[in-house]
Ligand binder design. Structure first.
Ligand SMILES: CC(C)(COP(=O)(O)OP(=O)(O)OC[C@H]1O[C@@H](n2cnc3c(N)ncnc32)[C@H](O)[C@@H]1OP(=O)(O)O)[C@@H](O)C(=O)NCCC(=O)NCCS
Length: 172
């Protein structure tokens, strides 16, 4: 994978716009990331506004994968958990532009999120992914353990229910 760089994203308008395009494309292509298709770019931008503001408060880290000046992937590390769970973090909103899939972008993003989680003293990562059309294979390849499945958890972006799979991984 040549020239892909990974780093935390700040709340500037250009970054937010590229995140919004990425989210719209991921939803349109069937990615289960909380939204329904069709997702407008304005709705997507509103979501990222809130997420980047939370990142600025230190409650999460939004990572981006860059191919030159183009944002080609993202993942979020959620750090803002209840007081009795200071040792863990959650992975959310992982997506790669269609043009850059199957090249290790999400793998590199997850590795960066795991390293940051360790730096923040987090020793347990938790995530969920759709049973249909999710990223279960990728998480299992990276050492995540499947805790179980909940049926009919959410609607797929184009309609119809899917279950969700819960995964965890100990760090360090
Ligand atoms: C899931 C998703 C993020 C994966 O992104 P990606 O950047 O294509 O992921 P990677 O390239 O790291 O890994 C995908 C596959 O490519 C393969 N791969 C990894 N590096 C590779 C490389 N250098 N060359 C070729 N193939 C590679 C991996 O073996 C992996 O296969 P697997 O599914 O058997 O594990 C992407 O498909 C996506 O955006 N989906 C829509 C949103 C979504 O569903 N997100 C998950 C929410 S939980």
């Amino acid at each position: 994978m040549a020239a892909i760089t990974i780093g935390p994203l700040g709340p500037d308008p250009r970054t937010r716009s590229m995140l919004a395009s990425l989210l719209v494309e991921a939803v349109a292509s069937g990615g289960s990331v909380s939204f329904m298709h069709p997702l407008s770019k304005a709705q997507a931008a509103t979501f990222w506004d809130g997420s980047l503001a939370a990142a600025a408060r230190g409650e999460r880290i939004v990572f981006g994968a860059w191919d030159g000046e183009h944002l080609v992937g993202t993942v979020t590390l959620l750090l803002d958990l209840p007081p009795n769970q200071p040792h863990r973090a959650e992975i959310a909103k992982m997506m790669t532009r269609n043009s850059h899939r199957g090249r290790g972008v999400a793998t590199a993003l997850l590795r960066a999120a795991e390293a940051a989680a360790i730096e923040h003293g987090r020793r347990l990562l938790v995530l969920d992914t759709a049973t249909e059309g999710g990223a279960a294979q990728l998480y299992e390849r990276l050492g995540y353990t499947r805790a179980g499945e909940m049926p009919d958890f959410a609607l797929k972006p184009h309609g119809g229910l899917t279950g969700t799979l819960i995964y965890w991984k100990r760090l360090g």
